[in-house]
Design a protein around this ligand. Sequence first.
Ligand code: BJW
Length: 255
Amino acid sequence: MNGEQFSSELVNALRGATRVVALTGAGISAESGVPTFRDAQTGLWSKFRPEELATPEAFQRNPKLVWEWYAMRRARLREVVPNAGHLALAEIERRVPTFLIATQNVDGLHQRAGSRQVLELHGNITRTKCFSEDSPVAEWSETGEVPPRCPRCGGFLRPDVVWFNETLPEEAFAQADAASRACDLFLSVGTSALVYPAASLPLSAKAGGAMVVEINPESTPLTARADHFLRGPSGRLLPALVRAAWPGVSEQLPR
Ligand code: BJW
């Protein structure tokens, strides 16, 4: 064992890797104070079922509720900052020749931590689009109506995120899938591995011969298929892993 929890096989694999992909989910932002989705007590869906909030049908049924839920989350995001887990992934990007984050998160915290190669599979909560036209809207007039209206067609505006039964941004997913199939190390961090097609990426990586490493305080459907399961919070384990792989070069990472 190297340090308290990593096998030398894993540490050497990270140090020698030339292509690394990290799939991230809500858990990586938990230590920044962003609630995950499926935590029964504090999760974002603790008061509602997912299908009451994160589907096009839910928005059509109750656009005001859905818009306000996202407005609340957007406001909360302005008060949080990236944590040590985000910073560690940005550090790995600086050390590995080809590195890519495919994130299911819509919070923009990877970019704020300094990561450059980030594919947003489920959109971004800070962007807005027209529900009817499905095209981006940057400005609109605030009339007090909730949700506000599209300045072009008068339809409702909605957050530019991917809801259940909607397709992911085609090019971003194709790029994530190709990178997963071609990588030598795949990190699955802070995701329940329940939501497809993102949950297929570690399986594609495994099929392509990559070492699959999962970091999560809880086991998931992926755990049994991962080569290494690191049980614990990513804000502690990711910086520790980086320090184990590159001793001396990562003192700037918070402990
Ligand atoms: C920590 C931690 C710490 C805590 N450190 N870790 C039946 C079978 C298979 C698939 C389907 C099916 N029926 C329907 C489908 C398809 C569906 C799907 O997968 N459903 C499953 C639930 C069954 N998928 C879709 O609909 C997708 N589109 C699609 O398939 O298109 C094709 C199609 C088109 C038309 C018809 C049919 C198909 C779209 C999925 C979009 C998901 N959107 C959301 C909302 C985004 C906007 C928003 O933010 O509001 O994305 S749902 C929600 O789940 C969000 C997340 O990105 C996503 C994944 O959740 P995530 O990130 O894993 O979070 P949690 O909360 O689940 O887990 C947190 C984890 O962190 C936990 O494991 C904790 O333990 C851990 N953790 N603290 C590290 N400190």
